[in-house]
Write a protein that binds this ligand. Sequence first.
Ligand code: ATP
Ligand code: MG
Length: 410
Amino acid sequence: MKFPNELPIPKEVVEIARTLEQAGFETWCVGGAVRDNLLGHANRDFDLATAARPEQVQELFKRTIPIGVEHGTVAVLDRNRQPHEVTTFREDIATDGRHAVVEFGVSLDQDLARRDFTINAIAYHPLKHEWRDRYEGMADLDRGLVRAVGDPGQRFQEDFLRILRALRFAARFGFDIESATWEAAKAQAHGLPHLSAERVRDEWSRGLETARHPSWLVEQWAEVGALETWLPEVAAQGGGGVSGEAVARQVAGVSRWAAIDRLEPRDPVLVTSYLSADPGATLERLRCSNADIERGRRVGAHRGPTPDPESPVEVRRWMSACGAAVDDLVAIAKAEGRGARLAEAVRAIRASGAPLAVGDLAIDGNRLMELGVPKGPKVGETLRALLDRSLEDPNLNTEERLVELVRSAE
Ligand code: ATP
Ligand code: MG
């Protein structure tokens, strides 16, 4: 493929580049948006790389946000207050596999040399419309290859996260990983435990969200050893699944994790909860939010056989027991090809307004005490008993009939 004459750079980005160039600082577009546009994927989020130092960028523009000044990154806000990342040409002078000490005052070519993969190291000049592709990223885009810039073993040692990034880009574009890059990734996987949980989590989540086939991504994490290191409960589960059906697929030669390709929505917390033998533990290790950990725990606690969708009573009891996990469990059942009727039944029950929790009852604890139920545990017990009856027959859920039930039980 030949380079196009021009890339559709948003005018706000061109303006920022012009300001920098007019002040004497060479400025190029580099990175994900250049790559995506060459692949024909719309992406207007162009990052700029410039010879200006962060403080010079901050001086030149009215509104900036120092998002990572020690690494050279300043966000410049356009007139609509939209941020555009501007990063100073930099070289990594010391690395420890997770952090880099950087030095400014280098050339574009040196800046391209520190980038991870050839497809991410193509530069385009937004004013002169020139291209710089010294690592043949364009040829790799054509061939569909993720290939490290420079010596792959050394590049992964500098930053082990690049191993996971390679898998993410390959999964997203359906690319192969060039063989030396892949061999080095496996050889350097011993460094994966040293990464921070947050960076690993972000790679895992973005990977699952953007992969053509998430199951393929999970296979690659397993193959390179990242699954065993960071998500051992997924590795142990060996294919996830509630029904054991996924294991049957493995025999048929389809990915053990094939069901996740059909999970809707493609939500990383849901996917992880589905795959893990202990979702709470996995999400905790990845330092997810408490809400996400809680959500995973609920899925773990309530997965198992789903009710007969033809029995509204069974479905109501199941919904009542599973609470906030219902939608996730329905999504899982659908992904496993056994949830369409269940989803329908759940929808119908919600539309009917049938009570599913004590709080949905037409009567509350105060009313029960007025009726003579003694203050204390008896109140809760009575409410649960009333809910139980109402799950059986939602028509009981009127104040009158519930009062009647309480009186008749005295
Ligand atoms: P995405 O679509 O995921 O945003 P991206 O290529 O833009 O893909 P970013 O993480 O936004 O990825 O990084 C922007 C650019 O910075 C990359 O294209 C790459 O050139 C460089 N880069 C990012 N992370 C690394 C890294 N860990 N090692 C080397 N270069 C990196
Ligand atoms: Mg990006």
